[in-house]
Design a protein around this ligand. Structure first.
Ligand code: ACM
Ligand code: ZN
Length: 568
């Protein structure tokens, strides 16, 4: 222990004098906090420009992992480490960081990092686990150092995630973000040990994914002629806005994410939030239109006509192309915010209600059941192709599609109910996980946002299994934050809204509940923030609120974003 204190002190001294360029010490107290860190009395490992990163020959994934580690170390230290394949059966070489697999590690994404004076070994049950060990190692090194030696304290880290689903969502419908930024966003997920990118691809305000059988979805549906100014005022900017991803670009994103052990779950939101599709194919709405790619924000009465067999065929055709692009086990089919008003008056929808014998009862209308009919039909289609569906918690209103996983957004209640019914659940409660909400109550100094208030500490306090029995808790696959982009027009503003709240979420997703401690988290946050700063990310200064109470001048980069959105 004395030795540890000594080393930490030494690290601090060197950090204070980084231009001295001798040595600095790594600190394993990273975000998310590893489950077990045990330091030993041995001398530290000296990581320097001559350190080799070794991986087993014939393992392409570990070879790529080795390259990632080399790249991360280079970003922090400027040293370009060599990577080297190891012949089968050969021992971890001295002076090297050796990556490997160990089937005895119990969690698929778990890893064990062992640091000795003469070598470092990093094993995972799978390559995924090794990747998380690499993330821990990269975050334990100062984000920027000129030191020639990085001392890795001897000891071992045994780590594994609490939840198997660790996600971030991005709405590209309200505002469109270029493919380069989607890659940057995926890199941020990897940095925070997340493994799922929920790509919300269709909205009233824009359809963003090329579907070859329905070219008008992107020719017409990806573009709106105007956008409302502010929170649904009567003024518009009269500027054409839009964009979409080709299937080729989407494939590129899937591959980029996969290399970082991230699954892309696409969302095609149905049967509501479909105005962009209806503008392209008006015959699929109950009234036949005309429809406009929506220039306003909100929930709209014009939804897909479920009585029209052509609309159902359209959904299956779209899903057929979606599953060709996205290999994910889950496909998100939305289901949120679908008003029933058009269905009540539509002869086709009413005929469907009769032929399918959909009945109202004291809890649900026949039209609620019409939505369930639609979700269940698409679920059956996707199940027949070996996929499973996720739906927003509205799918609990009616007859829940039998194999659906429920994404709880209107608080946690829907998720709790779904878990009690035996459905799998992903927790994204708006009061903890809506990163489009303000980060401060002092909204004058924040970029214009939708409303709400979800500060860092609130995100951190989420326990996704709270108030569930042990049996029900097994249905909670994990947690995710959602970023709806009505009021987020630029990628800089996306960064501002997610950073550093993603850090708090990472610990909700990864670290065991009993190991979480907000005060301790805040002491560890500085290291991650220095990495954000190094990479030029537009994060929110986390503890600004207190400092603000006396400050009048605020010179943070986010004000750029504030200015760009001020006209909205
Ligand atoms: C949602 O926020 N409408 C899922
Ligand atoms: Zn209809």
């Amino acid at each position: 222990m004395r030795k540890l204190t000594h080393m930490l002190l030494a690290g601090t001294l060197v950090l204070a004098c980084s231009s001295c360029g001798v040595e600095t010490t790594a600190n394993y107290q990273v975000i998310p906090l590893p489950q077990e860190v045990a330091l030993s009395q041995e001398s530290p490992f000296n990581l320097n420009a001559g350190t080799i990163i070794a991986y087993p020959e014939n393992n392409e994934l570990l070879k790529r992992n080795a390259k990632f580690l080399a790249e991360y170390i280079s970003q922090s230290t400027g040293h370009t480490l060599q990577t080297e394949a190891l012949a089968p059966g050969s021992e971890a070489p001295k002076g090297a960081i050796t990556l490997g697999l160990d089937p005895a590690i119990r969690n698929r994404e778990g890893y064990v990092l062992t640091v000795k004076a003469d070598r470092v070994t990093l094993n995972g049950q799978t390559e995924n686990g090794v990747f998380y060990g690499i993330q821990t190692l990269r975050k334990s090194i100062p984000a920027e150092t000129k030191a020639t030696s990085i001392l890795l304290p001897a000891g071992s880290i045994q780590d594994e995630p609490r939840f198997s689903y660790r996600g971030m969502h991005l709405d590209v419908g309200r505002h469109f973000f270029p493919i380069e930024f989607i890659k940057k966003y995926i890199d941020l997920l990897a940095l925070h040990n997340m493994n799922t990118f929920h790509w919300h691809l269709t909205e009233d305000q824009g359809w963003r994914i090329e579907i070859k059988k329905y070219p008008k979805l992107t020719e017409i549906g990806a573009w709106r002629d105007r956008t409302v100014i502010g929170r649904n005022t009567e003024e518009y900017d009269n500027t054409r806005y839009g964009g979409f991803y080709t299937q080729e670009q989407a494939n590129e994103i899937v591959k980029y994410a996969e290399e970082r052990y991230i699954t892309v779950i696409p969302e095609v939101d149905l049967p509501g939030h479909m105005l962009a599709a209806l503008a392209a194919y008006p015959e699929m709405g109950c009234t036949g239109g005309p429809y406009e790619v929506c220039p306003r924000w909100g929930v709209f009465e014009d939804v897909l006509c479920i009585g029209n067999e052509k609309s159902m065929q359209f959904l299956e055709d779209v899903m057929a192309e979606i599953i060709d692009i996205f290999p994910s086990k889950y496909i998100h089919i939305g289901g949120d915010e679908a008003p029933r008003t058009r269905w009540e008056k539509c002869p086709k929808c009413q005929a469907r209600i009769r032929t399918e014998k959909l009945k109202s009862d004291k809890n649900h209308t026949a039209e609620d059941r019409l939505q369930s009919y639609c979700m269940t039909r698409i679920e059956k289609f996707l199940n027949s192709k070996g996929r499973r569906i996720i739906g927003w918690d509205e799918i609990l209103e009616g007859d829940v599609a039998p194999n659906a996983t429920v994404m709880s957004w209107r608080g946690s209640a829907g998720g709790i109910k779904a878990a009690q019914l035996g459905h799998d659940v992903i927790m994204t409660p708006n009061d903890y996980c809506y990163f489009d909400y303000y980060q401060s109550e002092d909204t004058r100094h924040e970029p214009f946002a939708i409303g709400g208030f979800v500060p860092l500490e609130k995100v951190y306090s989420l326990n996704p299994t709270a108030s569930l029995t042990e049996e029900q808790a097994k249905h909670i696959l994990g947690a995710q934050a959602n970023l709806w982009t009505e009021y987020i027009p630029t990628s800089e503003q996306v960064e501002y809204m997610v950073l550093p709240r993603m850090a708090a979420l990472a610990e909700v997703q990864w670290t065991q509940q009993e190991k979480k401690d907000y005060t301790n988290f805040t002491t560890r946050l500085a290291g991650l923030i220095s990495l954000y700063r190094r990479d030029g990310l537009n994060y929110r200064e986390p503890f600004r609120q207190q400092a603000d109470s006396t400050a009048t001048a605020v010179s943070y980069t986010h004000l750029r974003a504030h200015e760009t959105s001020a006209h909205l």
